[in-house]
Design a protein around this ligand. Structure first.
Ligand SMILES: *Cc1c(COP(=O)(O)O)cnc(C)c1O
Length: 384
């Protein structure tokens, strides 16, 4: 037919993804995604679900029965956490030290929560004493915080102190570990985290589509005994329990191919060993950080709060940050990102996550960056 759009075969560029996510996908994960589809209630898929849940528990360091991949991206898992845990009228304490804390606030409000804030400047972590003071002042029902702030490159230390402060007031805690799970240490059970969620396309070498979520029994009890049903039908965990729990009844069609992908990505985590994987990220990110220093660049956060998986780099005086990003993409097929919110225009964000956390990627990025800076007349000290 003459009105049929003339669209060519799909030929995406072959990028090296060193931004804040998605990161490079492992070839084994891509292969798993091209295996045949089965039904979402097929006995073979039920087994795949069980295995994926076991692998998720290993990666989260938890024994929580309620550990599932949520259909959708990291924000879907985030929304599942807030929509189910927050009842209308609940007080929800959320941080405002980065972009994703702001998203938590918005989700908590939409779920009917009264939001109280605990502040820290963008680029700094939350002070557990401030969280404790805010808990004493507001007596919250839920406390949310971001473990690895992708907008600022800050790793939140002292997580057990934050959860203890929340538990002193009988509040449940929700931890965002989208940019830490599988990349830096996350200990859901040991740190007393009640609910944690993540995304597959950051440190898990997997495309977006099915996102890790875990809830302990105390959190699940609140979900199953709440008076008003959650405003989201799709993400209602008491309904999803019929599918991911023992009954295996239809709720919605699981994104089967994305579950295959996540299972393979998590198998890679188990093969490598979770602690070895944290170590690999640290070593590669240290090499990246040292290389950036030798180019005359500085990281934005203080060393103590450095997040290996996401490096927030200050754009030097006189350098056009966007032109550097463009040069990297056009000449080298390398993706990095600019800053968000309070840090927009001031930083670049360079990821070192999952399959992107390899010596090859790090040295490629550094030499490409050196060229992009020289292009703008900057005297680059190294590394070549
Ligand atoms: C990427 C990210 C999200 C959101 O995940 P999407 O997959 O983009 O929906 C949430 N929190 C943090 C910290 C992130 O980095």
């Amino acid at each position: 037919m003459s009105d049929a759009p003339d669209v060519g075969e799909l030929t995406p560029p072959d990028r090296t993804l060193m931004g804040p996510g998605p990161s490079d996908v492992h070839p084994r994960v891509l292969r798993a995604m091209s295996t045949p589809l089965v039904g979402h209630l097929d006995p073979s898929f039920v087994e795949i679900m069980d295995e994926t849940q076991d692998l998720l528990r290993y990666t989260f360091r938890t024994a929580n029965e309620w550990t599932i991949p949520v259909s959708g991206t990291g924000s879907a898992a985030m929304e599942a956490a807030f929509a189910n845990l927050v009842e209308p009228g609940d007080t929800v304490l959320v941080p405002t030290n980065g972009y994703f804390g702001g998203r938590m606030e918005s989700m908590a409000r939409r779920a009917g929560g009264e939001v109280a804030k605990v502040d820290a400047p963008w680029g700094e972590p939350l002070d557990p004493d401030d969280v404790a003071d805010a808990c004493a002042e507001h007596d919250p029902d839920v406390v949310g915080f971001v473990h690895a702030e992708t907008s600022t490159g800050v790793l939140q230390p002292d997580v057990p102190e934050i959860t203890a402060a929340a538990h002193d007031h009988d509040a449940l805690t929700i931890m965002d570990c989208v940019t830490s799970l599988g990349g830096v240490e996350v200990q859901v059970d040991d740190w007393g985290v009640d609910v944690a969620y993540s995304g597959p396309q950051k440190c898990l070498s997997c495309p977006p589509g099915a996102s890790p979520l875990t809830l302990n029994e105390r959190a699940m009890e609140k979900v199953t005994t709440r008076e008003e049903e959650p405003r989201s039908w799709y993400l209602d965990l008491s309904l999803l329990e019929d599918y991911w729990g023992d009954e295996r009844a239809y709720h919605h069609t699981a994104p089967i191919t994305n579950v295959y992908a996540l299972r393979e990505a998590l198998r890679l985590v188990a093969e490598e060993g979770i602690e070895e994987r944290w170590e690999r990220h640290r070593i590669l990110a240290e090499a990246l950080r040292d290389g950036l220093h030798s180019l005359g660049l500085e990281l934005n956060p203080e060393r103590t709060y450095w997040l290996p998986t996401l490096n927030a780099v200050r754009i030097p005086e006189g350098i056009d940050g966007d032109a550097v990003i463009e040069h990297l993409l056009e000449v080298y097929d390398v993706e990095i990102a600019s800053g968000l919110g309070d840090l927009a225009g001031g930083i670049w964000r360079i990821g070192c996550m999952g399959y992107s956390a390899r010596p090859k990627n790090v040295s490629f990025l550094l030499s490409a960056l050196a060229d992009a800076l020289e292009e703008q007349g900057m005297q680059v000290r190294g590394p070549h």
